[in-house]
Design a protein around this ligand. Sequence first.
Ligand SMILES: NC(=O)c1ccc[n+]([C@@H]2O[C@H](COP(=O)([O-])OP(=O)(O)OC[C@H]3O[C@@H](n4cnc5c(N)ncnc54)[C@H](OP(=O)(O)O)[C@@H]3O)[C@@H](O)[C@H]2O)c1
Length: 268
Amino acid sequence: MRSDRFPRLAGKVVLITGAWGGLGRTFARHLLASGARLILSDLAERPLPELADDGALPAGWERGVLGQVAADLNVPDGPRQLFEACRGIAPVDVVIHNAGTAFIGHYQDIPVDKMHLQMRVLLTAPMELTHLFLPGFLARGHGHFVFVDSVAGFVATPLGTTYSAAKFGLRGFAMALAGELRKRAVDVTIVYPFFTRTAILKSPKLGDAKVPVMPRILIDDPDRVIRTALRAVDRRRLHVWPGFYSKVLWQAVRFWPVVSSQMQPRSV
Ligand SMILES: NC(=O)c1ccc[n+]([C@@H]2O[C@H](COP(=O)([O-])OP(=O)(O)OC[C@H]3O[C@@H](n4cnc5c(N)ncnc54)[C@H](OP(=O)(O)O)[C@@H]3O)[C@@H](O)[C@H]2O)c1
């Protein structure tokens, strides 16, 4: 692991959701290397030494993990239980909304409960958690919300309809929130990864949709994506396109709005 330093994040208490997933644990390792203190949240707790599996961490890094909280963001009380558990650990300075889940398939093949699951985990749980943490951030005069969005939050993605809906929604929410908070000492950063090498790329396929295989050369490296994201967080940037394809597609949708296949002429 190449470790950059993110000076503004040193000493900060950072909550990471989806902390044991591919991007979550990469966030955790880079933040620990920078001297941040972490609360790790996911569906289940995991043995801490697993964090060191993917690369060197500074001596004594375990002390940087203040606690783990198992919380299911798909259940109505999940965000509040997570918030209350964090209150019992330490005042949080930065929330990284990173938990995610995906299904691939034609919209008619996605069961309605899976549609709601995606909307909750990717959109309404981050909104609710933000609602819970924001008063404390405003009262203390600082805080930072980081939303892990996706290129699917600005390029509508066939076979990922609900995922795209949730990520478009998350981008809209985060941008509007940033507008409200512009003069109020609370920061917002939105990260738009392209396909990145994590477990989410092996998401279950529902129905019989033909899913194109993404050439490996196009898939981004989690370490590079997260270093770029954290550099932007450290500099208090609003938007971060952490890779070549993310940047290119952002420009493409701005200057060539027919980039999505749903705009192509019908063949039948
Ligand atoms: N990798 C990519 O290509 C890519 C591209 C763009 C955006 N993103 C976004 O990046 C974020 C992180 O994804 P990733 O790539 O690191 O995927 P990942 O490895 O699958 O990690 C996702 C994490 O979220 C957790 N999670 C799932 N459902 C949850 C729930 N109901 N409550 C709490 N936690 C839950 C997962 O736990 P379990 O493993 O136990 O299910 C997992 O630890 C997501 O928001 C994703 O949409 C990823």
